[in-house]
Design a protein around this ligand. Structure first.
Ligand code: 2AL
Length: 170
């Protein structure tokens, strides 16, 4: 799909295609549609990122809370969005051994208790062994820094999803 095609989409089409590039936050795509025409993929993604950056703290935390747990029960039950299911499965998180899954679920629970939102990591850019390591490291970060890191991961996920949709190399 090229950028001319994106620019020609009516609101409904745009939502069908881009509604989940920020996980379970279709409102962001709805707002971005108003910014067309877009010059290229970078321009399109800039508008998604600007919307997130412009949110108040409560909205940014809300975006993070819309993300599913990594390797959680929703993954095992196949109840994630199609995009998340693909990403988490491709990262090997569906095939963790019992001990690894337990370790990850203990860490994600600690993380959620400390920061009040789920741990978010662009899993396509890491390997299954990296997730618990990264979790343990980020658990020790100050909350304001961690919020910025987590939103950076949301943007990486968005970038990869947009690149997939536009058929571009990420
Ligand atoms: C996810 C997800 O569903 N895909 C991804 O890359 N990261 N979730 C998460 N909590 O980090």
């Amino acid at each position: 799909m090229d950028i001319e095609k994106v620019n020609s989409m009516d609101f409904g089409e745009f939502m069908d295609v881009f509604g989940n590039v920020i996980e379970r936050c279709p409102l962001i795509a709805a707002a971005v549609w108003s910014k067309r025409p877009f010059s290229d993929l970078g321009d399109l993604e800039k508008h998604f990122f600007a919307f997130i950056d412009g949110l108040p703290l409560s909205g940014q935390e809300g975006v993070l809370r819309c993300h599913p747990e990594l390797a959680g029960r929703e993954l095992q039950w196949g109840r994630l969005t199609a995009e998340s299911q693909r990403e988490q499965s491709a990262a090997g998180l569906q095939n963790l051994g019992a001990a690894e899954r337990l370790r990850l679920s203990e860490l994600t629970a600690q993380y959620r208790a400390r920061f009040g939102f789920p741990f978010v990591l662009a899993v396509r850019l890491s390997d299954p062994a990296a997730a618990p390591r990264e979790l343990a490291r980020r658990l020790r970060c100050p909350p304001a820094q961690e919020l910025r890191t987590a939103l950076g991961e949301v943007k990486k996920i968005c970038h990869l999803r947009l690149a997939d949709l536009l058929g571009e190399q990420p």
